[in-house]
Ligand binder design. Sequence first.
Ligand code: ZN
Length: 46
Amino acid sequence: MKKIWRCTVCNDIHYGNCPPAVCPTCRVKNAYVEIDKSEARFIMEL
Ligand SMILES: [Zn+2]
């Protein structure tokens, strides 16, 4: 089951088993934290 990750710098959302090493949007390393589905839904509705 895939997890949902959010970049703490630019709020980019990533789906997968593990987060990207470098955020493709803001290029910060190790900026992703795991979030739950309700939080992801809230962010994507903004
Ligand atoms: Zn980012």
